[in-house]
Design a protein. Structure first.
Ligand code: HEC
Length: 394
């Protein structure tokens, strides 16, 4: 079996795992944030219980109670939430390495942005992952860390800087995923380095019958709230490779920041809603940002070359030269075992049938990736003109 074929399988399995682990992790984040926001003072006045919630789910009633300083004994077994986070990061980082480092010149590097050698791009990418965590962690340890509004402002400013910097270094698509990887790394490191160690201290104190320092739980809570606000932005970024309209744009960095802001605002709406506050203004603000982005990036109409000027034979010739090394049943480009995304542009019928989908890729300049095959502006215009004139084979 050749390596490109095995890589395709590794890609599938890692992606599958990443989505599953991510659902479990983010699901738990939503669940516990929602729970925390909706806790009510205990009806029986138990002084150890900070709050309680009754719920009905899956055919039964549940009573949930939060003991800030522990219940006074160590419950066995005690459920921890951490492997969801670790596996999300492990699978996500492995997938990032497989695609963006393994095929750096296809996915991570755009010579028109910065003419980096693969090892340079990979080195910068790794360094940025570390820098993002260290900088974030240091800020959290200052008094600002406990100020929600200050952290929201600092977070957006840092995101803006990161997005701008990455679009100066990497391909548009690579820049987006790099920022996503930085956020994901911060989130996973929050669990590994802060939340879980704090909880271990709490458990040790319960076992030793010693006092529980409320700061241990407080730090964890702070980070877990930050993680919660990062969920919707990071999911947007993980989906973004499908939408070149963002990362192909000249202001790709600004669009990323705007969409992340929209995600965080919607998250804020839900968090308040769980507290019983119907703050639809946050929801509306998030929606308004998305609408603004949509209007801002709406593509201008491309000048279409006179329709009859482009015979199919010419389209075929352009595709043979610019697309088919990858989009063939057996691609001659050794990076691919099968045609990427199953898109084969080999026969006249395949070209005609998929005209709408490939013209979108050609219009937004998503294809060829980083224009690796050197599609010229006039060839691009002629491909689009042929589609606009009805994609006829005669
Ligand atoms: C160097 C290899 C390469 C070349 C050359 C290339 N593509 Fe692609 N193409 C890819 C890859 C890789 C993907 C999958 C991108 C992804 O993972 O989202 C892709 C995806 C696509 C898709 C599907 C997009 C989607 O997300 O559904 C279309 C359509 C497409 N290419 C059309 C073209 C056309 C038209 C050309 C020539 C003008 C072309 N490609 C040239 C590698 C290539």
């Amino acid at each position: 079996m050749d390596t490109a074929y095995l890589a395709e399988w590794a890609n599938l399995l890692l992606r599958w795992l990443h989505v599953i682990a991510g659902m479990a992790w983010i699901g738990a984040s939503f669940y516990f944030m929602g729970l925390d926001q909706s806790l009510k003072a205990p009806k029986d006045g138990d002084p150890l219980v900070r709050g309680e919630q009754w719920a009905v789910h899956g055919g039964g009633f549940y009573q949930k109670k939060k003991f800030i300083a522990g219940p006074g004994f160590l419950p066995e077994p005690l459920h921890w939430s951490k492997w969801e986070a670790y596996w999300t990061w492990i699978s996500g980082f492995s997938l990032f390495v497989l695609m963006y480092y393994g095929q750096a010149s296809t996915y991570l590097i755009d010579p028109d942005v910065a003419d980096l050698a693969p090892w340079e791009a990979i080195g910068i990418s790794l360094a940025l992952l570390v820098v993002a965590w260290v900088a974030y962690d240091l800020i959290c340890r200052t008094p600002l860390g406990d100020d929600g509004i200050a952290m929201a402002i600092i977070g957006m400013a840092a995101l803006t800087l990161a997005a701008w910097l990455c679009t100066q270094l990497f391909s548009g698509r690579g820049a987006y995923l790099q920022v996503g990887a930085m956020i994901g790394t911060i989130m996973a490191a929050n669990v590994l380095m802060i939340i879980i160690p704090g909880q271990k201290k709490m458990v040790a104190a319960v076992v030793a019958n010693g006092p529980i320092d409320p700061r241990w739980g407080g730090w964890g809570k702070q980070r877990s709230i930050h993680n919660n606000y990062m969920t919707l932005p990071v999911i947007f970024i993980m989906l973004s490779p499908h939408y070149p309209m963002f990362w192909q744009h000249e202001q790709a960095w600004l669009l990323l920041v705007a969409m992340a802001l929209a995600g965080a605002l919607v998250r804020q709406f839900f968090n308040l809603k769980h507290r019983g506050i119907a703050a639809y203004d946050f929801w509306l603000l998030g929606a308004a940002v998305v609408v603004l982005v949509a209007v801002f990036i709406a593509p201008p109409k491309r000048a279409v070359v006179a329709a009859e000027a482009v015979p199919f034979a010419e389209v075929r010739t352009i595709m043979e030269a610019r697309c088919v090394e990858c989009h063939a049943p057996r691609p001659s480009n050794t990076a691919f075992a099968v045609a990427p995304k199953g898109v084969v542009l080999h026969t006249p019928n395949q070209i005609r049938r998929q005209a709408q989908s490939w013209s979108a890729q050609v219009r937004t300049e998503a294809m060829p990736p980083n224009n690796s095959t050197g599609l010229t502006e006039s060839e691009r215009a002629r491909l689009l003109a042929w589609v606009a004139a009805g994609a006829r084979l005669d």
